[in-house]
Design a protein. Structure first.
Length: 316
C-alpha cells in the first residue's frame, strides 16, 4: 500500500472524501485509492519520465532552535511585503492617506491569518471537532488561501469604515497587492510540494524527489499550485493594465471574479476534500466569488460604466 501525506499540507489526516476522476477516495486505506496510486507507481516506478520536471529541494531552508524557515514561509513573507507595498502605493495614487493605507493593510494581514486558519479548520472539521486544542496551533501549519482573502477583505473593510478611509479607492490597490502576494507565495508551495496535485500520466508531470518533500515523493503529479501561480500572474498583469483607467471598484471585482474562475478550474487537478455537490471548499467559495464579481461588475456597468473620470473621482 502506498502511503500518501495529508492533502492539507503540514497537519492533520484524511478527513473527508477526496476526488480522483469519478472516485471519492477516503484516504490511504481506501482500496480504490491504493489501486490508483499503485497503478502509477508500477507504470512509472522510481524512474522520472522523460521531460518531467524533477524537484529535489529540501522544503526547509534552515533550523534555529525551535524555529524553522521553510520556502513556503519565506515566499509567503516576501509576498506579503510586496503585496502590501504595491497595494499601498496604488491606494495613495488614488488619494488615500499613505499612513492610513499602511495601517489598514497591517490589520488586513492579521485578519487574513485568522481567516486562513478558520477556513482550514472548517475544511477539516471532522478532525478538529475532536481535537479542539489543535485549532489554535497555527504554528504547526494548516491554512487556506481563500480564508486569507476573505478574512483580509472583511477586516480591511471594517477598519476603513471605522477610520473614514474611502473603501472604493482602497480596494483596487488591495486587489492588485493581493494577487501579487498570492502569486509570490505560490512559489514556495511549488518548491515544497504542498497542496498535492492528482497523479498525471504524462511526461509533463512534476516529480518531487527530495526525501523531506511535502509532496508525494517519486509520483508524477499535476503541478496544480504552478497552474495557479501562472493564472495569478496573468490576472495581475491584466489588473495592472487597467490601473488608473478603470472606475474605482472595477479592478477589485474583476479580481474577485477572475481569481475565482481560475481557482474553480485548477481545483479539479488538486487532491482536495469534497464538501458538497462533488466540489471542494475552495470551489464552493469560488462559485460565490464568480456570482458576486459578475453581479457587481454588471451593476457598475449599468450605473455609469467602467471608465474612470479622474477629475470627478479625485474631487469626490
Amino acid at each position: 500500500m502506498v502511503a500518501h501525506p495529508p492533502p492539507s499540507g503540514r497537519t492533520g489526516q484524511w478527513r473527508a472524501p477526496h476526488r480522483y476522476g469519478g472516485l471519492a477516495l477516503h484516504g490511504p486505506d481506501d482500496p480504490d485509492y491504493c489501486v490508483v496510486h499503485t497503478r502509477f507507481r508500477l507504470r512509472f516506478g522510481t524512474v522520472i519520465p522523460l521531460l518531467a520536471i524533477s524537484i529535489y529541494i529540501d522544503p526547509n531552508i534552515f533550523f534555529l532552535g525551535p524555529f524553522t524557515l521553510s520556502w513556503h514561509g519565506l515566499f509567503s513573507a516576501i509576498g506579503v511585503i510586496a503585496g502590501v507595498s504595491l497595494g499601498v502605493r496604488i491606494a495613495a495614487e488614488a488619494g488615500v492617506n499613505e499612513d492610513g493605507a499602511y495601517n489598514l493593510a497591517l490589520w488586513s494581514v492579521a485578519g487574513g491569518i485568522v481567516g486562513a486558519r478558520l477556513f482550514h479548520v472548517w475544511d477539516n472539521w471532522g478532525y478538529y471537532s475532536t481535537n479542539l486544542l489543535q485549532i489554535v496551533m497555527i504554528n504547526e501549519g494548516g491554512i487556506a488561501i481563500y480564508g486569507a482573502i476573505v478574512g483580509g477583505i472583511l477586516t480591511g473593510t471594517i477598519y476603513a469604515r471605522m477610520t473614514g478611509i474611502d473603501v472604493a479607492k482602497m480596494t483596487d490597490g488591495g486587489a492588485v497587492g493581493l494577487i501579487l502576494g498570492q502569486a509570490i507565495g505560490r512559489i514556495g508551495d511549488v518548491i515544497n510540494g504542498e497542496h498535492h496535485g492528482l497523479p498525471l500520466e504524462s511526461s509533463l508531470a512534476v516529480v518531487y524527489t527530495h526525501p523531506n518533500t511535502l509532496g508525494e515523493m517519486g509520483l508524477p503529479v499535476h503541478l496544480a499550485v504552478g497552474y495557479e501561480l501562472v493564472w495569478d500572474m496573468l490576472v495581475f498583469g491584466l489588473l495592472m493594465l487597467l490601473r488608473g483607467r478603470a472606475r474605482f471598484g472595477v479592478i477589485f471585482w474583476l479580481y474577485v471574479a477572475l481569481y475565482a474562475v481560475g481557482r474553480f478550474w485548477i481545483s479539479f487537478y488538486r487532491v482536495d476534500a469534497i464538501q458538497a455537490l462533488g466540489l471542494s471548499q475552495a470551489q464552493l467559495v469560488a462559485v460565490v466569488g464568480v456570482v458576486l464579481g459578475v453581479a457587481a461588475l454588471g451593476w457598475m456597468g449599468l450605473r455609469g460604466g467602467y471608465r474612470r473620470e479622474p477629475i470627478a473621482d479625485l474631487a469626490s
